[in-house]
Ligand binder design. Structure first.
Ligand code: FES
Ligand SMILES: [Fe+2]
Length: 429
């Protein structure tokens, strides 16, 4: 449970908010590279942290991320012409580079006045970079750009990764909490007791080990151990496995808005998500899958593209096919006889239940218990970080880009082993 004050602090990320200021200190995914597929192609609209922006890929391939309106008389640069190293407002022809500087001012005769205007008139522009399928930007104070976080999926060959995005129709924080709350698998993603086959089919999409189905079904009260590290939190959840064994699901929270999933056994694909606020009632979820050891196959790519695990089935605008407006195409007959939700897709089941908490979840009336320990620690870390930054103390994760190179995953371990021992055996750290 949070006070109203802390719930407001956690969930508001627009201009002038403490949480928004925290997010702005970190590199954030702002688009998929494939949304701007070619130099001098169409510009795109986007909104992040309550701020409207326009993006365009320039002639040399770099991406400009700029304020949306032409400083002359406010025309929208979405309608601009992306031409030879800049975007031209088509109202009167002013032209701007990816750095926001004014390159051409055809409405003014050459002379001192025009030179002065060319010096002073500019778009607000944020630095961008690309890494394995995402366009990232730093939207914080100029001159304080942090090192790029060394998330493992950005360090492997592009052939080893698959990325996607989807709209989530609720506040970022409850969606992020859903990703960190690994206790929910025992119900939200589970088939009914008499539906073992359906469960096995579901699980083969996220894990090759169907024993995990049985362990998760039999133990809905995993015991959590949470460990701090420089970039975030390790969240270990132990369920009873076969006699004298625990089945561990270990996820990672990485500041300020990444979660790594807990399912992968050695050799399997790893997955992560990043919840990027659009405004206070919606966010983009940027999903990334990687295999450190081998390229992903075409069959795997096809499966992800059609919706599998964290990758939702979406339309051409990255809006989920099963979403709030159509009640996620819930099938009550399926809910009666096959699965708890009656909704197809792990990602869609997550979206439904997270959206159902409200556009902005009310955390003042909750009844948290032992399986919510990861959520409690996440809130404490992010709230403390926002408050510290507001008091002038930037988060330490900014100075530890290598601490982002971690994995989440599953492990079977003797029941006597602690989380640090399990981490050592499973990940060597
Ligand atoms: S409004 Fe853009 S050039 Fe006039
Ligand atoms: Fe889930």
């Amino acid at each position: 449970m949070l006070t109203q004050e802390d719930n407001t602090l956690l969930t508001r990320t627009g201009p002038g908010t403490a949480m928004g200021a925290l997010f702005r200190r970190f590199w954030q995914p702002v688009a998929l590279s494939r949304e701007l597929p070619e130099p001098d192609g169409p510009p795109m609209r986007l909104k992040i942290l309550g701020e409207d922006l326009r993006a365009f890929r320039s002639t040399d391939g770099t991406v400009g991320l700029v304020s949306p309106r032409c400083p002359h008389r406010g025309a929208d640069l979405f309608y601009g012409r992306n031409e030879r190293n800049g975007i031209r407002c088509v109202y009167h022809g002013w032209k701007f580079g990816t750095d926001g500087r004014c390159q051409e001012l055809p409405t003014m005769d050459s002379g001192p006045a025009r030179e002065k205007a060319e010096q002073n008139v500019r778009l607000n522009a944020y630095p961008t970079r690309e890494a394995n399928g995402f366009i990232w930007s730093y939207l914080g104070p100029p001159g304080q750009v942090p090192p790029f976080p060394e998330l493992e999926f950005t360090t492997v060959p592009p052939s080893h990764t698959y990325v996607s995005k989807k709209l989530q129709q609720c506040n970022w924080a409850q969606a992020c909490e859903g990703g960190l709350d690994t206790a929910h698998f025992s119900f939200l993603h589970m088939a009914l007791d008499d539906g073992e086959d359906a469960t096995a089919k579901l699980l083969t999409k996220v894990s090759s080990n169907t024993d995990t189905v049985r362990w998760m079904r039999n133990d809905g009260a995993p015991r959590f151990t949470i460990l701090d590290h420089a970039a975030g939190l390790i969240l270990g959840a132990a369920r009873r496995g076969d006699p004298n064994e625990n089945y561990w699901r270990i996820s990672q929270f990485l500041m300020p808005n990444h979660g790594l999933t807990p399912n992968a056994f050695p050799g399997e694909n790893y997955h992560g998500q990043c919840w990027v606020p659009i405004d206070d009632v919606s966010c983009w979820i940027y999903n990334y899958t990687w295999n450190p050891d081998r390229p992903l196959s075409n069959a795997e790519r096809d499966r992800f593209a059609n919706g599998s695990g964290i990758h939702a089935e979406v339309d051409a605008h990255y809006i989920p096919i099963r979403r709030r407006e159509n009640e996620y195409l819930l099938d009550r007959n399926k809910q009666k006889y096959e699965t708890y939700t009656g909704i197809d897709g792990v990602s869609e089941q997550d979206a439904c239940i997270q959206d159902s908490q409200g556009l902005i979840a009310d955390r003042t009336t909750e009844h948290l218990g032992p399986t919510d320990m990861g959520i409690i620690r996440f809130r404490r870390l992010i709230l403390d970080s926002a408050k510290a930054l507001a008091a002038g103390d930037p988060p330490r994760a900014l100075n530890h880009p290598a601490a982002y190179k971690v994995r989440g995953g599953g492990a079977v371990a003797p029941a006597t082993q602690s989380l640090p021992e399990v981490l050592q055996a499973r990940f060597g750290t």
